[in-house]
Design a protein around this ligand. Structure first.
Ligand code: DGL
Length: 268
């Protein structure tokens, strides 16, 4: 039996703004909750960092966040972190955690051509956890791992209103499209968005894709998991239910642009 406050507090964590794509679904699923979004922008990006470095950063930081905000549930809306730190977090803290890991299982189950690509940060595609998902769930698919050094930063730039060229996006995207010279029935037909930043660029990804593919975004599945773990409460959280923290403490002027992710609320 889980006892939660009314309204419950859901803490959604990412290294930057990518986790907003997960928050958006969580808010849709649980608009009765208080939503606290934490971006560890002081340490962004996690993608190129060493595994020990990520663990040493996130585990104590999460302890401080839990002590300060008493969440009823924490969503780690970051593949780069989740593929590494979930066992450490669960060992240290009793609050329920939901992680975000590459959706390789549903992607391989859905692929007709049996060619699937996983687009993530360099860290995520290098993880043993990701390789184990392929071993366990590829179901005869050829899975291509594509580690992108730039795409998360490009997504942040675009969300902040900056200019991001087609060439810059395409350079990161192109290795996902395997079988260009082959029969259409053999080309990659499914791409796992294994970094929560990438759905921010979904319209551009669709425009620039050399051929149409099915993009797999794990956010709706994560929201369903949150629903299962957190007992429903009655009522709807008011404006005070949307908060955002940047670990850098830098002032930001993004609140209005971020409102759609918070279900139309202005995050305080
Ligand atoms: N949003 C993070 C993810 O899902 C990655 C961004 C970063 O490199 O910090 O992997």
């Amino acid at each position: 039996m889980v006892f939660v406050k009314i309204p419950p507090t859901i803490l959604v964590f990412d290294t930057g703004l990518g986790g907003l794509t997960v928050l958006r679904e969580v808010v849709r699923a649980r608009d009765d909750a208080r939503h606290l979004y934490v971006a560890d922008d002081a340490f962004f990006p996690y993608g190129p960092r060493g595994e020990e470095e990520v663990i040493a950063r996130l585990v104590p930081l999460m302890g401080e966040l839990i002590a300060a905000h008493h969440p009823d549930l924490v969503v780690i809306a970051c593949n780069t972190a989740s593929t590494l730190v979930m066992p450490h977090l669960r060992e240290c803290y009793s609050v329920p955690f939901v992680g975000t890991v590459p959706a390789i299982k549903p992607a391989c189950a859905a692929s007709k051509t049996k060619r699937v690509s996983v687009l993530g940060t360099k860290g995520t595609v290098a993880r043993e956890y990701t390789k184990a998902l392929i071993r366990d769930f590829a179901r005869g698919c050829e899975v291509t791992l594509v580690g992108s050094a730039e795409l998360a930063t490009l997504a942040e730039t675009a969300l902040r209103g900056g200019v991001v060229s087609d060439e810059a996006i395409l350079a990161e995207l192109e290795p996902c499209f395997v079988g260009a010279g082959e029969d259409i029935a053999k080309r990659t037909d499914t791409i796992v968005l294994a970094c929560t930043h990438y759905p921010l660029l979904l319209d551009r990804l669709n425009q620039l894709a050399p051929w149409p593919v099915n993009w797999i975004d794990p956010a709706p599945a994560i929201a369903r998991r949150v629903m299962n773990l957190l007992p429903e409460t009655r009522g709807k959280a008011d404006e005070a239910g949307a908060h955002m923290i940047f670990t850098s403490g830098r002032p930001h002027r993004l609140s209005e642009a971020l409102m759609p992710f918070f279900g139309g609320r202005m995050p305080a």
